[in-house]
Write a protein that binds this ligand. Structure first.
Ligand SMILES: Cc1cc2nc3c(=O)[nH]c(=O)nc-3n(C[C@H](O)[C@H](O)[C@H](O)COP(=O)(O)OP(=O)(O)OC[C@H]3O[C@@H](n4cnc5c(N)ncnc54)[C@H](O)[C@@H]3O)c2cc1C
Length: 420
């Protein structure tokens, strides 16, 4: 055991980085978060499904859990393309928003621990720690680097260059609609529910989240939409990612740069394919945006005194609604191991073994849930899963469901009918 204050630098100041930084700070570490973005991250992101493991991590970060954290729904509903209800399932869940979690986690951490406009570039190991080379040209020697720098992690590219995101063959259109702009009929049918519609090879889902200023009172909330659509990598995806000047944005296109005709085509498709209630909602989204869907699987999360965490470590397709909860579980696991192991290296090895098992299980299960939307189904197993998740019952029971996952880290998944 080291008998001085231990030093950690967290690279990436989004939800994963803030979760681990808060826990390390509470455990007595000298911790600093380096976030590349100079402007600050508020206003990013959309709806987030919650699970008990996320609440537990927030509690450990000292965050009060009350009714303002999100909007509670009691059931799920599936609409047919003609707008009739073809399935309903009781399932209580709290839906929150990225901004709500970010603000609470950021407020919980002292300002001196969070630095905007500074990047972590690379690391060099030494016997008793690690040198972190920063974007301002400085190098510091510290005990621990946590790479929470997302799916395109620069530190992972240095430490595990073979681990790359794999495009899943479809995208997710996303958007938020103000509660007050929704017609009363659609609002009454959908707003208090987690709702789905399943046109052939597509899926749209929606649920209520807090309003623009985090209001959760009726009338001031918003409805969060996620619409999965197949997009072949070579043609359709490239076209979607190309802006009006012809520039291709391979890593993701900013909402303002999406070509107007791409948005017009998407709205027309909503009219042609979706239940009219969902088409209405899609039409009312002011600034739709889309994200290509990826899988990212790691074999190892520890490299000397550096670890990968959150989306830098694993990215599961969003159908499990587990991205933030997994980052929270990573953070709790890492700090628990650091608190109990006799050396930092032992702690990081213990963390890696535990979270690789969990991460791989989530990625694999999310693949099953998403097979229905893939532009190409490559194996009989993928075709079997695509068939299974045509059924509204299976989709409502297993999408973003807290019951499918166990918090017991040795039993990540209860459901399993499919071996890859
Ligand atoms: C369509 C869709 C729906 C989703 N729905 C849900 C959901 O319902 N529930 C859920 O839990 N999750 C959901 N997610 C996933 C969720 O958004 C992420 O899993 C979660 O935000 C954890 O991300 P992170 O903090 O690890 O990385 P990120 O949020 O990607 O943050 C990485 C941060 O690192 C910074 N950075 C990058 N490089 C550097 C550098 N060199 N130096 C310093 N900083 C750097 C970036 O600026 C960024 O702020 C969804 C994702 C998608 C695409």
């Amino acid at each position: 055991m080291i008998d001085r204050v231990r030093t950690a630098r967290v690279i990436g100041g989004s939800l994963g980085g803030l979760l681990v930084a808060n826990l390390l700070w509470r455990a007595g570490w000298d911790v600093k978060v380096y976030e590349r973005s100079a402007q600050g991250l508020t206003g990013r992101g959309a709806g987030i499904v919650t699970h008990p493991e996320l609440f537990e991590a927030l509690r450990q970060c000292g965050i009060k859990l009350d009714d303002t954290l999100g909007v509670r729904v009691k059931s799920r509903i599936t609409l047919a393309p003609d707008g009739t209800t073809i399935g309903e399932l009781p399932m209580e869940q709290v839906l929150t928003a990225w901004g709500q979690l970010f603000e609470r986690l950021r407020r919980a951490l002292p300002d001196a621990c969070y630095v905007n406009g500074l990047g972590g570039l690379s690391t060099t190991e030494c016997d008793d720690g690690v040198f972190l080379h920063r974007s301002d040209g400085q190098t510091e020697k510290i005990d621990l680097v946590v790479a929470a720098d997302g799916i395109r992690s620069g530190l992972r590219a240095q430490l595990a260059p073979a681990v790359l995101p794999q495009y899943a063959g479809y995208i997710a259109w996303r958007g938020l609609v103000d509660e007050q702009s929704i017609t009363p009929a659609t609002r009454d049918l959908l707003f208090e529910k987690f709702a789905f519609c399943l046109p052939p090879s597509e899926q749209i889902l929606g649920y209520p989240v807090a309003g623009p200023n985090n209001q959760v009172d009726p009338g001031n909330r918003r409805f969060n939409l996620v619409w999965y659509r197949p997009a072949d990598e070579d043609l359709a995806l490239k076209d979607l990612l190309t802006d009006h000047s012809g520039q291709l944005h391979t890593g993701g296109i900013a909402p303002q740069r999406i070509r107007p005709e791409v948005i017009a085509n998407m709205r027309q498709a909503a009219h042609d394919l979706l239940a009219p209630q969902f088409a209405e909602l899609i039409n009312r989204v002011e600034q739709p945006f889309f994200q290509p869907i990826y899988d990212l699987n790691s074999e190892q999360l520890h490299f000397g005194h550096t670890v990968l965490l959150g989306d830098a470590a694993f990215v599961a397709r969003p159908h499990c609604g587990m991205g933030v909860t997994k980052a929270a579980g990573d953070a709790v696991s890492l700090v628990t191991h650091l608190n109990t192991a006799s050396t930092i290296k032992d702690a990081l090895a213990g963390y890696s073994a535990e979270r690789v098992q969990f991460g791989q299980a989530v990625v694999s299960f999310a693949r099953q849930l998403g097979a229905y939307m893939q532009a190409q189904l490559r194996t009989p197993a993928e075709r079997a899963m695509a068939e299974r998740y045509r059924s509204p019952e299976a989709v409502m029971r297993e999408t973003a469901s807290s019951q499918v996952f166990s918090i017991d880290k040795t039993q990540p998944i209860k459901h399993t009918t499919y071996q890859e």
